[in-house]
Design a protein around this ligand. Structure first.
Ligand code: SAH
Length: 350
């Protein structure tokens, strides 16, 4: 049987048309699921009994098992959910000045193998379904609704590579953005990729105005290939061709993410190279303080840049008229960095 959360309204329309019903039925189902937050088809009282029975035959409404919830001093909440097949995933909720944003996981594990990222240490087990992504938002939203709050922003920056799970992710975007669904504005949603070039071209044609972020982290091929496997397949010139196509097609600004790693990519020389690479493009750089893990690469322990170096890097970019922000840290006391909670949980289990 299929989870109803796998279905965008467009897909549900097709289902109802096939059952000789009007499209309005899918609007009613959406309102019940995402506005009233129904968890039982019997509660859709504007449906005849017969139609409710039909839904029950073809679909079910799943629920995650919450394995763990941690809350940090800055109100960041981290959830560990168990999927039906026993896989564990994590979701992080952050409080911002503009609302509550949720960072969702798109795959169980990840195959991109970025040398600095804890997620890559556990290989991809499988793609998450659309439903499993929708459920992360719903579960967390339900919890904070009780405190009179709501999830207003979504970032696809948890474990996994969203563009390696492209179709399910796009269907997820349609559902959360739908006015009859969770109604999260497309400009409040950001999808982050390590740079799967063919998908950047495809995504440029996607009609919803969702923000795109590229995990750049290094500004020359030699370094980038050393730390990010994806760069061997799609080196910087190919990545930037795709990025320029994206600009041309969408006219939208995009974000380059840049983790600052001590003595690896945080020198003024690195900053200079970065400026050269992105100058004149409609983009801004989000500098990210590295969340220390215990990862050794080429027998060096990767660590966060010092405050002074981060500041100097930031200042250099600013001075050169690059739009730049230095990400404020959240949830540091609860391991809210990519992959850390899940990794711990797995280590406890074995
Ligand atoms: N695969 C996608 C999305 C998931 S990772 C991508 O690569 O963009 C989300 C962001 O967190 C990426 O920019 C990633 O490089 C970064 N990241 C990974 N490990 C980190 C760490 N320990 N500290 C800070 N950022 C990290």
């Amino acid at each position: 049987m299929n989870s109803i959360y796998n279905y965008s309204r467009e897909k549900l329309d097709l289902y109802f048309l096939d059952k000789s019903q009007t499209k309005f039925r899918s609007t009613q189902v959406f309102e019940a699921l995402y506005k009233q937050k129904t968890t039982d088809f019997s509660e859709i009282t504007n449906f005849k009994l017969e139609l409710r029975e039909l839904l029950k035959e073809d679909f079910y409404i799943p629920k995650f098992k919450i394995m763990k919830m941690q809350e940090s001093l800055d109100e960041t909440k981290k959830f560990l959910f168990e999927l039906e097949d026993g896989n564990l995933i994590e979701t992080v909720l952050m409080k911002n000045s503009y609302g509550y944003s949720i960072c969702i996981t798109t795959q169980a594990g990840c195959n991109m193998g970025c040398a600095f990222c804890a997620s890559g240490l556990t290989k991809k087990k499988r793609n998450l379904t659309t439903s499993e992504m929708v459920q992360q938002v719903l579960e967390v939203d339900n919890i904070i609704n009780k405190e009179g709050k709501r999830v207003s922003h979504i970032v696809l920056m948890g474990i996994g590579e969203p563009f390696d799970n492209y179709d399910n992710v796009l269907e997820f975007l349609r559902i959360v953005n739908d006015q009859k669904g969770l109604e999260i504005g497309s400009r409040h949603i950001t999808i982050s990729t390590c740079g799967i070039v063919p998908k950047i071209y495809e995504f440029a044609e996607f009609p919803l105005q969702v923000n795109l972020a590229i995990s750049l982290h290094f500004s020359n091929n030699e370094k980038r290939s050393k730390y990010m496997k994806i760069n061997k397949k799609y080196p910087l010139d190919e990545l930037f061709k795709a990025v320029d196509f994206y600009f041309e097609k969408t006219n939208r600004r995009l974000t380059f993410e840049y983790i600052l790693l001590n003595d690896v990519n945080d020198s003024l020389e690195d900053a200079k190279e970065l400026v050269k690479l992105i100058k004149g493009r409609n983009a801004y750089v989000n500098l990210i303080p590295y969340n220390n893990t215990n990862i050794f690469t080429n027998s060096i322990l990767l660590t966060r840049s010092t405050e002074e170096k981060m500041k100097a890097f930031y200042d250099y970019l600013k001075k050169n008229k690059i739009n730049v922000t230095l990400r404020k840290e959240q949830g540091h006391d609860i391991d809210a960095a990519c992959g850390q909670l899940r990794l711990k949980e797995i280590q406890w289990k074995v």
